[in-house]
Design a binder for this molecule. Structure first.
Ligand code: 5GP
Length: 138
């Protein structure tokens, strides 16, 4: 497997080199909003320590992420009165991965509402409000 590259965008977010809209963090994980949201409330959970994806992650990194995913997904479901949650996670380019630091996508879902296509920039004020709504239910 290709080595971890600490110039990836999420590593820069973790180092504070580029801004993010944080939902929550603990010692091991960070949850922040996706700025190209495919759903209202689309956010990402990442480990604070380096790994490319699920394939090279340690059991501890995966467990820490899942703990945060569970907490944030429930908060988002309540915040947006969602009917369900879609959890997405991609591994390597052929698996759909674009940013090579392990991350889990949390998508609040409503019956009959499809995910939007990737790559459409969201409105930052609206994204901030979604983060606040999730935070209020953590
Ligand atoms: P992947 O396809 O690797 O699972 O998804 C990477 C995700 O990172 C995409 O959903 C994309 O919208 C998101 N993303 C890309 N650049 C940035 C950024 O600078 N900030 C944030 N918050 N998300 C980003």
């Amino acid at each position: 497997m290709t080595a971890y590259d600490d110039e990836n965008i999420f590593a820069k977010i973790l180092r504070g080199e580029i801004p993010n809209v944080t939902v929550c963090e603990d010692d091991d994980t960070l949850c922040f909003m996706d700025i190209f949201p495919r759903s209202d409330g689309h956010c990402l959970v990442i480990p604070k320590t380096p790994c490319r994806n699920m394939l090279d992650a340690t059991p501890e990194q995966l467990a820490a992420c899942m703990k945060t995913v569970n907490r944030v997904a429930n908060a988002a479901k309540t915040a947006f009165d969602a009917d369900g949650i879609t959890l997405l996670q991609f591994n390597e380019a052929a698996g759909g991965q674009e940013v090579f630091h392990l991350h889990f996508h949390i998508h609040p879902r409503h019956e009959g509402v499809p995910l939007r296509p990737p790559g459409q920039a969201g409105d930052m004020a609206a994204i901030q409000k979604k983060a606040e709504a999730i935070r209020a239910h953590l």
